[in-house]
Write a protein that binds this ligand. Structure first.
Ligand code: ADE
Length: 416
């Protein structure tokens, strides 16, 4: 299968970086070792639509080791690491369709190229493969698929609810060993990393407005506080609002927060969280970015309408001068800052996410024929086996219940 990458000569740089990430992915490494021997994915065609990073490269290599015919396309036009794409093609013989900065048309051309692999399994981050399959005339349907992210899972659950989902999906995002770590610690660190790399601003003493207090939002809020920022949380869910207050953050509406923030970051999964009426009251030179999956959380079209002048300040910073003279800085055109300006989540957290992906693919290869066209959780045994492996690989030990403790927990008759 022919690939489409930026420059195959970048492969040697990509290969070393892939190997560096692999050192910090011990769980995936041990799965790869088992897959190489037992080949549970022998002859299975897998189309993956994921961020093309060093961590994803290690997942693709693991799938191939398991016998899969795996191909990869990008799940975001700005997150592709071109050296990694080149190395996957040249050094590992894995077809890749992804070029950093590709336009929308090329992005979809690449999705269709990955689908021409006639996948038995789709592996999505944002549900673009599934939605393309469901909106175009395709021949044979996949037997199953996996989904990596909250936004994709929301889309897929709505398809299942409306009874239009044509094949079973495993929501990797719902595994404890995924969202509790990747969404929280991964997004927390990589969003700080993306903002700092894009702007080189000091976070200490800045007021940072975090829109959304799901696992990603709380991870970022926690890490921003750790850098010395004054953190304000914006929420629509009252329970999450209370949690944010009791976690020690100020909670207010975006209308109020807009007036006091120095840096704004959306992590909600929803549309137009920051709108023209908010830009209007922001401080001069406010920085606005998004770390949610799609570039819809900031109303950039609305901002353009109130802008008289625009210029690029440096990579990833576009300054909009409003008719009032005020300047608003949008980072990475509203695309997810942690993958556009930084490298996404570090390998040791993607280790668990991609262990879930590879073991879910193995599960689908064995069990998809018995599954319904629904969104499933990762089986509990897989989730807990990953937790056990990760803990062991980190050199940590936990206790076992004594028989007496076990009995106590299982018996309503035993008193105090
Ligand atoms: N999503 C967030 N961080 C990522 C990474 N490093 N690789 C692949 N997908 C990601």
């Amino acid at each position: 299968m022919k690939s489409d990458v930026k420059n195959i000569k970048l492969a040697s740089k990509g290969k070393i970086r892939i190997e560096w990430a692999e050192r910090q992915m011990p769980v995936l490494r041990s799965i790869k070792k088992r897959f190489s021997k037992t080949k549970p994915l022998k002859g299975v065609n897998i189309a993956s639509c994921l961020h093309v990073t060093t961590e994803t490269a290690n997942l693709m290599i693991t799938l191939k080791a398991g016998g899969a015919n795996a191909v990869l396309c990008a799940s975001n036009p700005l997150s592709t690491q071109d050296d990694v794409a080149a190395s996957l093609v040249k050094d590992f013989g894995i077809p890749v369709f992804a070029i950093c900065g590709e336009d929308n048309k090329t992005y979809y051309k690449h999705i269709n190229a990955a689908l021409s692999n006639k996948p038995d399994i789709t592996m999505d981050d944002g549900a673009d493969l599934v939605s393309t399959i469901h909106t175009s005339k395709t021949g044979k349907l996949p037997i199953g698929g996996t989904e990596e992210t909250t936004t994709g899972v929301i889309r897929l659950k709505s398809m299942a609810k409306n009874k239009v989902l044509k094949y079973p999906i495993i929501s990797v995002n719902d595994a404890d060993t995924k969202h509790l770590f990747d969404n929280r610690y991964g997004t927390g660190q990589s969003t700080v990393d993306g903002i700092v790399r894009a702007t080189n601003v000091l976070l200490a003493g800045k007021t940072i407005v975090v829109c959304g207090y799901g696992w990603c939002g709380r991870g970022f809020a926690m890490r921003a506080r750790g850098m010395g920022a004054i953190v304000v949380v914006v929420e629509v869910d009252p329970v999450k609002g209370i949690e944010a207050v009791m976690d020690g953050f100020q909670v207010m509406t975006i209308a109020k927060a807009a007036r006091i923030g120095d840096i704004f970051c959306t992590l909600t999964g929803d549309i137009h969280v920051i709108r023209p009426e908010h830009f209007k009251v922001m401080k001069d030179s406010a920085i606005v970015c998004n770390s949610g999956h799609f570039n819809v959380e900031i109303d950039i079209k609305g901002l353009k309408k109130m802008t008289k002048k625009k210029r690029i300040i440096r990579d990833f910073i576009e300054e909009y001068t409003l008719k009032s003279g005020k300047r608003i800085n949008i980072l990475a055109d509203g695309r997810l800052i942690n993958l556009a300006a930084a490298e996404g989540h570090p390998p040791s957290v993607m280790d668990m996410s991609f262990a879930n992906q590879s073991l879910s693919a193995e599960y689908l290869a064995r069990n998809a024929s018995k599954m319904e066209n629904k969104v499933y959780c990762v089986p509990e045994e897989i989730d807990s086996s990953i937790a056990k492996m990760k803990l062991r690989m980190m050199g940590m030990e936990i206790d076992k219940l004594t028989p007496e403790q076990e009995k106590y927990l299982n018996s309503w008759q035993m008193g105090t």
